[in-house]
Design a protein around this ligand. Structure first.
Ligand SMILES: [Zn+2]
Length: 307
């Protein structure tokens, strides 16, 4: 298993197949692999993985749920020569990590540890976790740092890294990344969309770019009502260039950080409740959507080449 994991960390030859045919590589092709988050809403993971590989995506991640065994999917990915970029941890218990309730705190740790074990078993080198969930401002606690420390110990034992992602409640991200500064097993996952709709445009790469372990690249329209409450409904995960994100600026910040890892995209084909921004994607067959998403990913990479 260890050998597999090391092998998966090596740069992969880009998939050259499109619609079953060999493609001509005449375009300037980024040396960074393009990875995509697979959604359960697109059908069985194995199917969307095959489609993603076929249109030219080079790696993937999925959100792990309690009890999921990712080994069969990882084996399929190896068949396609795809990078298993990361495993996304569940975030429903993220606030419990910080709370006074010991039992809930333990359950939060246990879930993250189980996710780390599933990632290690399937050969993914990285787990992405949210530091917080919820829109009521709450101060980070010592208990949360202590509990997260146990998760970090487990990651180190398994030879994995954990990337903490920017979401709402970024003071918890700040607290974890400050507490584990200098710990190579802990770093940052930059969600470009969350920066707009949750972090009000704060430049998180200026703060944590030197510790970047992964990306969730996506677009949105910012906060609908800047005077009102922030909600998850503005977290649209649109294709890059369909929202208001400053893509040349994002490319520049990625390049400036020196990040050499894969470019990972986390995109929603389905609209949020009561919203319609993603409807056009949902109307596209999954194959066409994934091909269009890859075209956008290449535009981002081109901006990086020009930055
Ligand atoms: Zn994300």
């Amino acid at each position: 298993m260890e050998t597999d994991r090391i092998a998966l960390r090596l740069p992969l030859v880009p998939s050259l197949r499109y619609n079953g045919r060999m493609a001509h590589i005449t375009e300037s092709f980024s040396s960074r692999p393009f990875c995509i988050a697979l959604s359960r809403q697109w059908g069985p993971f194995e199917e969307s993985l095959a489609t993603a590989a076929d249109v030219g995506w080079q790696g993937f991640f999925v959100c792990w749920r309690q009890g999921d065994d990712l080994r069969p999917l990882a084996a399929k990915a190896r068949e396609f020569g795809m990078l298993h970029q990361s495993v996304h941890a569940p975030w429903g218990k993220a606030a419990d990590l910080w709370g006074a309730d010991e039992a809930k705190g333990e359950a939060s740790v246990a879930e993250l540890v189980a996710c780390l074990e599933a990632a290690a078993a399937s050969g993914a080198p990285l787990v992405v976790a949210h530091a917080w969930i919820g829109f009521v401002p709450t101060a980070p606690t010592e208990a949360g740092i202590r509990r997260f420390g146990r998760v970090v110990d487990e990651a180190k034992r398994l030879g994995l890294q954990i990337a903490v992602e920017n979401t709402e409640g970024e003071e918890h991200l700040d607290a974890l990344l400050a507490a584990f500064r200098g710990e190579p097993a802990v770093g940052f996952c930059w969600d470009t969309g969350h920066e707009l709709c949750y972090n009000r445009g704060r430049d998180l790469m200026a703060a944590f770019g030197d510790r970047l372990l992964g990306t969730h690249i996506n677009d949105n329209l910012g906060i609908t009502d800047p005077a009102g409450p922030t909600t998850w409904l503005d977290d649209l995960h649109l294709l890059p260039f369909d929202g208001i994100a400053d893509w040349p600026g994002i490319a520049q910040r990625l390049v400036r950080s020196g990040f050499g890892g894969p470019l990972t995209f986390e995109l929603n084909r389905e609209s949020k409740p009561g919203r319609h921004e993603n409807d056009a994607y949902g109307a596209m067959p999954v194959r066409d959507y994934l091909a269009e998403a890859l075209a956008r990913a290449r535009r981002v990479a081109t901006l990086m080449d020009e930055a």
